[in-house]
Design a protein around this ligand. Structure first.
Ligand code: CMC
Length: 388
């Protein structure tokens, strides 16, 4: 592989498409064949056999943990769930109509300000901070959700795993085993995905030798956009629109939307030119949950939309992505729309931190691309009272 500095000439790539700027062992996306691997392990294997906790360890430490390592990591996660009084107060001050993505961006940033050792680059300390951030993010989301609905906050329950505890804190009642299992698998699927926009944001910030909290704050702000993490919320809103405004007529919706050159949310991907493997797993999980909840309405609508869109979008190699079936799963888990993207963040924070740690350990080089200048040169400076 040629380093661009050896080539000399800048290359132009709109949206930085197909540009390598670093090396990684964390994740490989085979976009042509629709395959995804964390640390070389196929995503299907992890979704079938692993847990959020174990897959998080895999990414952060770049190896599968032995029993004792996993127990220690998991125990610390359970211990680190509670947030400080000052953060809780801050959450209470936030307007109740704030988007929860803005809330987590603000609270993570606030939390960073409170850490006197925020800029430490000691690996052990960074892994401690990582564990705390991963553990506390679900609490920040669940507390805000309860506060905005004038409900009592529910304290974390150490008896429950990461997935189960979040659902419990959100709803105030224990979720069933099958709900925990399916939610846990969605977290595994959202954990990591190479150099996507939010991870890139995190790395750009980290590359200036800023701190981990600033990097995560950058990443959360980037994940929020509807072309990235915001798509799962938009995908569920789309299903409601089809139901309410189009009377469930999927074909009419699709035709009108595409005629207006608008996008079908939860479809398409910059890297996958084949079916997103995560969407395939999520589709099966959505079917399982639909059977469990005895409500196939949304999954049936999604399958119909996928079938109708297939011949049209398939020509452009556009297929459902991770956000498509995650949307109906979260709906069936009785999670409000605007928490879908924060849930993406609850999982992806592991990927962000793993990349930051890896980047700091490897080149750590300042990221500074260029823009091709297309303006004029040597224009005269016109004094203000001579301008028209
Ligand atoms: N619906 C309809 N047409 C689409 C879609 C879509 N969802 N996605 C891409 N296209 C069309 C686009 O209009 C363009 O057509 P044409 O060449 O005729 O102008 C062509 O496909 C290429 O689009 P692009 O914008 O150059 O492709 P991109 O690589 O920049 O887009 C994307 C990737 C994810 C931004 C895009 O597919 C999209 O906007 N999808 C909808 C939002 C979404 O679901 N985002 C979640 C992405 S996966 C989770 C994540 O990583 O965050």
């Amino acid at each position: 592989m040629k380093d661009i500095r050896e080539i000399g000439e800048p290359v132009f790539s709109s949206g930085l498409e197909n540009i390598y700027f670093s090396e990684t062992k964390l994740c490989y996306i085979d976009g042509e064949n629709g395959r995804l691997y964390y640390l070389g392990i196929p995503i299907e294997e992890l979704a079938d056999n692993s847990t959020f906790e174990e897959s998080s360890y895999l990414l952060l430490y770049q190896k599968l943990p032995n029993k004792e390592e996993l127990e220690n990591f998991d125990r610390k996660l359970r211990e680190n769930r509670e947030i400080s009084e000052i953060l809780l107060k801050e959450e209470e001050l936030i307007p109740k109509n704030a988007h929860p993505m803005d809330v987590i961006r603000t609270i993570v940033s606030f939390n960073g300000m409170l850490d006197e050792k925020a800029t430490s680059r000691n690996e052990e300390e960074l892994l401690e901070k990582a564990n705390k951030l991963i553990a506390m993010l679900p609490t920040i989301v669940a507390y805000f959700h309860r506060i905005r609905n004038n409900l009592n906050t529910v304290k974390p329950d150490r008896e429950l795993n990461h997935a189960g505890n979040f659902l419990y804190m959100l709803r105030g009642e224990k979720p069933s085993d099958i709900e925990i299992e399916i939610f846990d698998k969605t977290l595994i699927l959202y954990l990591e995905h190479g150099m996507n926009a939010s991870t890139f944001s995190a790395i750009v910030t980290a590359s200036t030798q800023s701190d981990i909290y600033s990097s995560i704050t950058s990443a959360i702000g980037t994940l929020k956009g509807p072309l990235h993490g915001g798509a799962n919320e938009e995908a569920m809103k789309m299903l409601f629109e089809i139901d309410e405004k189009y009377n469930g007529d999927v074909e009419k919706y699709l035709k009108e939307k595409l005629a207006r050159k608008e996008r079908i949310m939860g479809f398409g991907h910059r890297v996958y030119k084949a079916y997103d493997p995560r969407a395939r797993i999520l589709k099966n999980l959505a079917l399982k949950l639909a059977d469990y909840t005895n409500n196939r309405k949304w999954i049936d609508m999604q399958i119909q939309l996928e079938e109708k869109a297939g011949p049209i979008l398939g020509e452009k190699q556009i297929y459902p992505n991770v956000d498509y079936y995650a949307a109906s799963i979260y709906y069936m888990l009785k999670i409000p729309f605007d928490l879908y993207t924060p849930i993406f963040a609850i999982a992806r924070i592991v990927g962000w931190i793993s990349h930051i740690l890896e980047y700091w350990k490897s080149s750590g080089r300042l990221i500074r691309p260029r823009e091709k200048y297309i303006g004029e040169l040597n224009k005269p400076y016109i004094k203000i009272n001579e301008r028209r």
